[in-house]
Design a binder for this molecule. Structure first.
Ligand SMILES: Cc1cc2nc3c(=O)[nH]c(=O)nc-3n(C[C@H](O)[C@H](O)[C@H](O)COP(=O)(O)O)c2cc1C
Length: 189
């Protein structure tokens, strides 16, 4: 029987609020798609939300880039999923990822690669970015030129990523939600 709603959960870490702003933009994008329910979970709170993750049709992973990789708290979350890996509990869920850092590059690609490999470990289906870079202005879509996932850059002392990076995150959230809907429809009809 077909489920009425598609469920997308965003699980993320943010030490200082910048990646949290990006996560909120991804959430807005997910919520813009009719028929999709969206949940936002901080890795610090994950112990109370494993069932939500297990029930989700899609999980979006978000981490700041610290020292060229995912942050320590996000890695702790990754390692805490090992029992689910053993059971392949998240197999065939849609997955996607986003990251934010201080530098334009900041080695963000390595973080996205880590997230994509993490999803592959779980047998999940990775959805990448589909927005062509529209220039380098602050309000440009995908100004970072990241195709593996959504990327954002936040200046030190700012409250979050640029207008364009947030708009990119919104479009990314909508794309993941639509992909999850299509995948769920295909599995249940
Ligand atoms: C421990 C640490 C390591 C960092 N490493 C990087 C890095 O490798 N590349 C980079 O561009 N920025 C780096 N930064 C800057 C953060 O990525 C940037 O401030 C980001 O906006 C923080 O996101 P958050 O507020 O969600 O924690 C680092 C910051 C911290 C605290």
């Amino acid at each position: 029987m077909q489920k009425t709603m598609t469920s997308v959960t965003i699980v993320y870490h943010s030490g200082y609020g910048h990646t949290a702003a990006q996560a909120a933009a991804v959430l807005e994008g997910v919520q813009s798609v009719p028929g999709v329910s969206a949940q936002l979970i901080r890795v610090e709170d994950v112990e109370n939300h494993w069932e939500t993750l297990d029930r989700s049709d899609a999980i979006v992973f978000g981490s700041p880039t610290y020292m060229g990789s995912v942050s320590g708290p996000f890695k702790t979350f990754m390692d805490a999923t090992s029992r689910r890996w053993l059971q392949q509990a998240w197999k065939d869920k849609i997955a996607a990822g986003f990251t934010n850092s201080g530098s334009l590059s900041g080695d963000k690609l390595n973080t996205l690669v880590q997230l994509a490999i993490f999803a592959a470990q779980h047998g999940m289906l990775w959805v990448g970015q589909a927005e062509l870079p529209a220039g380098r202005a602050d309000d440009a879509i995908n100004r970072i030129g990241s195709m593996l996932g959504a990327a954002a850059q936040s200046d030190h002392g700012s409250t979050g990523p640029s207008e364009g990076d947030l708009a990119t995150a919104r479009r990314f959230g909508a794309r993941v939600a639509q992909a999850a809907q299509r995948w769920q429809r295909g599995a249940t009809t």
